[in-house]
Design a protein around this ligand. Structure first.
Ligand code: GLY
Length: 393
């Protein structure tokens, strides 16, 4: 069994409150433990009224974010029951492995957060084999003509609207799924896991990130020739705006990919997108759901974007030095403090999650919810801020 202790001294800039954060992290771990008794083997999908949850179906992209929290809580506390609760959720993941039609680019999130975490923390061979099967399925989504991993599937050939929408489309979120391919490359030595991850990262860097450092949420290629066609949004305000969670996926994904590969272009991509997020946020401590939102639009917050961005900035601070390191650490701290001050519900009795004010999909009316990915990255950011360095990615 693996246990982890918090470092005794953590250097931190003036704004950071590491002791306060340790207490908050302890509250998160207690909340994960107490909700496990309510959830059974269900997994939270989106917050419902009074800080409870609606639950996932077995093929939902968010299915493993609670397992990810259980693994972080296990790493923090060393309590074997938490590992057992996370591992018990792997039977649902076997359903996904045997259902090709249900698989999409989110295999990376789903298997890194549970099976790779299990393998890294306990050495489970079963979990390792499952994660390798998922990596093979993710690798098979590569489209050589355009050099990208297709994000989504059509739901049956008769649905032509959906087929047209998904064909040749990449999305910012996929940058987080590449970690599964890099991990599979490190485990097996098979070169194509890394070649495909690198090709997708390069296509993302060239097409999704605009010259000024803002990003499209999605980009469409000719599905036959691979020719680049146009950037579009799906969950953001407009095609030419900058969806906050997409920008956060890019910062975390490129910083993480740089740490894994040492490719300096990934570091530059993380820097560029982080700097633009910093500029567009102005004095805000929790991001609005879109970083280029007109002033006359409802100004909904997205705490999940803040949590993902903060965790990604702690990685960026880790891989840089001097003044630059101080800059990214200060931005990461500001975001984390903003979440703690505005969105943290761990002191609210009866609440079943960690953060309020997530915006899952504003256009569909999901504007103020707890979100399991916001909760996962909040814990990841807290742990990174306190000096932890072992994660599933
Ligand atoms: N990956 C889907 C989302 O961020 O909403």
């Amino acid at each position: 069994m693996l246990t982890a202790t918090l470092p005794h001294s953590v250097q931190s800039p003036a704004r950071a409150k590491p002791n306060g954060r340790q207490a908050i992290l302890e509250r998160c771990v207690e909340r994960v433990k107490s909700t496990s008794r309510i959830f059974g083997l269900r997994n939270p999908q989106i917050g419902s009224v009074e800080n409870g949850w609606q639950y996932c179906n077995p093929f939902d992209w968010v299915i493993s974010f609670y397992a990810g929290q259980l693994w972080l809580a296990y790493q923090f506390s060393g309590e074997p029951g938490l590992a057992n609760l996370a591992r018990a959720r792997q039977s649902d993941l076997n359903l996904l492995l045997s259902n090709l039609a249900a698989q999409d680019h989110d295999l990376g999130f789903i298997f890194s957060l549970n099976c790779v975490a299990d393998w890294k923390l306990t050495g489970s061979q079963t979990a390792r084999q499952m994660a390798l099967r998922a990596a093979e399925a993710l690798r098979a989504r590569f489209r050589p003509a355009g050099g990208y991993i297709q994000a989504w599937n059509s739901h049956g050939t008769e649905n032509t609207t959906r087929s047209t929408f998904v064909a040749g489309r990449i999305i910012a979120d996929t940058m987080q799924n590449l970690a599964l391919l890099y991990w599979a490359h490190a485990e097996t030595g098979a070169p194509d896991f890394k070649m495909i991850a690198d090709a997708h990262a390069e296509t993302t860097r060239r097409n999704l990130i605009r010259e000024d450092g803002t990003s499209f949420h999605t980009f469409v290629f000719d599905a036959t020739t691979g020719a680049p066609l146009r950037g579009e949004t799906h969950q953001g305000y407009a095609h030419d705006s900058c969806w906050a969670r997409g920008q956060a996926w890019l910062v975390h994904g490129f910083a993480q990919s740089y740490r894994t590969t040492g490719n300096p272009e990934y570091l530059d991509a993380a820097r560029l997108t982080a700097a633009k997020a910093e500029e567009l946020m102005g004095d805000n401590e929790v991001p609005l759901w879109d970083l280029r939102l007109p002033a006359d639009e409802p100004q909904y917050l997205d705490s999940s974007a803040g949590a993902i961005l903060s965790a990604g900035l702690f990685i960026l601070a880790d891989v840089t030095s001097g003044e630059e390191k101080i800059r990214w650490r200060a931005f990461a701290d500001r975001l984390l403090d903003g979440l703690i001050e505005t969105c943290d519900v761990t002191q609210i009795e009866g609440a079943q999650g960690l953060l309020d004010y997530g915006a899952a999909h504003v256009r569909r009316g999901s504007v103020r919810n707890m979100l399991p990915y916001g909760d996962y990255y909040f814990m990841e950011a807290l742990m990174r801020s306190l000096g932890h360095s072992r994660f599933c990615w």
